[in-house]
Design a protein around this ligand. Structure first.
Ligand code: FEO
Length: 428
């Protein structure tokens, strides 16, 4: 049950199966569980342990480790990533093998101290090209940050062309047959993992591929899911495709793209959205798209958001809140990088009208740029109020194209706007 699995004569999988896991990091669905993959590499002058497992699975890890090495043989511990699902067993491993030297990436040092809650830790920080020798086996490090934490790195076993990749090329898929040419169909899990974990960092994925793709690779050994020994470079190529460009958007290189999402209970927010579009389209160099969220869902829209330069969201206020499809859309932004995109919110309301301010706060929280105060209109927009929407769209377009210099909103302005909202609330 707790036997190791041989990748080669000198390399064993000593990880753990967690078939009962049903959601990971709260947001990821794991319909058949996951694995925490750790590895032992035996050289003529010592044994390296590469990554560990979640604390709750430590018994499996130590049982497998003890079948392949004595603790006093372990000379090296490599941590490719410090998230607790891979470092849960680390403190106990360090206690059992106190002579082992710890190797982490340059970006992992503060995290390591926080993780172990100690300052007096003996470790070596490494970067691309650094090596550690096990005698007749050599580990080479590759700095691959933000996949998906700042600390992440890959480790390459030179003599056997095995890439210990951390979370990259992994997936949540528990199958005790373990190798990609033996397990069930895990393609969905592989792509689902990419889209939820790696996609927000796709520029870093591309940088990492530049480092690892030129290497001769016999096996990719990730920290979750199947070990990729059959045509491993296909999985690199798939990452290349997933992180690359989609069908070319038919906009000119000098155009900026603005997407207006809206949803409307009685048509007022719809009218606002159309007027905002009209205003934005008056600005040369702005290409506007308009989407009614009632006709799609967040997963459909997230690709559009990723490519757009600006996003505006219209929502009515119902029971003091923006409506669920709007929050679903905003939640989906966590899958991509929206930092620095222009953003705004607008909406009609019947009574209190909190949705616009709540959305603006959330968009700012995502580090989007919200240079204009959103438009809130009570019930049905008048002619003057529609003109206000048109101007709002025009100003947004000007901010996108740089015609309108970015304005720093003064804290006093924000407080005054909040005060106005509070006064209105008290009056209703
Ligand atoms: Fe599998 Fe990012 O930990």
């Amino acid at each position: 049950m707790t036997q190791p699995v041989w990748l080669s004569e000198r390399v064993q999988w000593i990880g753990a199966f967690d078939p009962g896991m049903r959601s990971f990091d709260i947001i990821l669905k794991t319909p058949n569980g996951t694995t925490y993959n750790a590895y032992a590499v035996r050289g003529s002058e010592g044994v390296a342990v590469i990554d560990t497992v979640k604390a709750e699975c430590a018994d499996q890890f130590f049982a497998r480790l003890e079948t392949v090495a004595r603790y006093d043989e372990i000379s090296v511990i490599v941590l490719n990533h410090l998230e607790p699902d891979h470092t849960g067993a680390l403190p106990e491993l360090m206690r059992r093998a106190p002579q082992a030297k710890l190797y982490i990436s340059q970006s992992a040092q503060l995290m390591l101290k926080a993780l172990l809650n100690r300052q007096d830790i003996d470790y070596t920080s490494v970067g691309t090209g650094d090596k550690v020798s096990l005698g007749d086996r050599t580990l080479r490090f590759l700095h691959t940050p933000y996949l998906h934490w700042p600390d992440t790195q890959c480790t390459y076993l030179e003599e056997e062309c095995i890439l210990f990749s951390g979370d990259v090329f992994g997936c949540h898929f528990c199958d005790e047959r373990l190798f990609n040419d033996k397990v069930g169909d895990f393609r969905f899990a592989f792509e689902y993992y990419y889209s939820h974990i790696m996609r927000p960092f796709r520029e870093h994925v591309i940088n990492a591929l530049e480092l690892v793709q030129p290497l001769p690779i016999n096996i990719i050994a990730p920290t979750h899911g199947p070990i990729l020994r059959d045509q491993p470079t296909r999985y690199m190529q798939r990452y290349r495709e997933l992180s690359g460009q989609r069908l070319q958007n038919e906009v000119n290189a000098d155009e900026k793209t603005l997407i207006i999402f809206y949803i409307s209970a009685y048509g007022s927010t719809t009218k606002m959205a159309h007027m905002i579009r009209e205003g934005a389209e008056q600005v040369p160099g702005v290409r506007v798209s308009l989407y009614d969220m009632e006709g799609g869902d967040a997963d459909l829209f997230v690709d559009l958001v990723e490519d757009a330069d600006g996003i505006m969201i219209g929502s009515p206020t119902i029971n003091g809140d923006a409506v669920k499809p709007v929050w679903d859309l905003v939640s989906s932004f966590a899958k991509i990088n929206v930092r620095g995109k222009l953003a705004g919110a607008f909406g009609s309301y019947g009574w209190t009208g909190e949705a616009v301010r709540m959305l603006e706060d959330r968009l700012r929280g995502l580090k989007m740029r919200v240079p204009l105060e959103g438009v809130r209109i009570k019930l049905i927009p008048s002619t003057d109020e529609l003109e206000q929407c048109r101007r709002y769209g025009q100003e947004a377009g000007e901010h996108l194209t740089g015609v309108n210099a970015p304005r720093i909103l003064e804290m006093a302005d924000l407080l005054a706007a909040r005060q106005q909202t509070t006064t209105e609330l008290n009056a209703t």
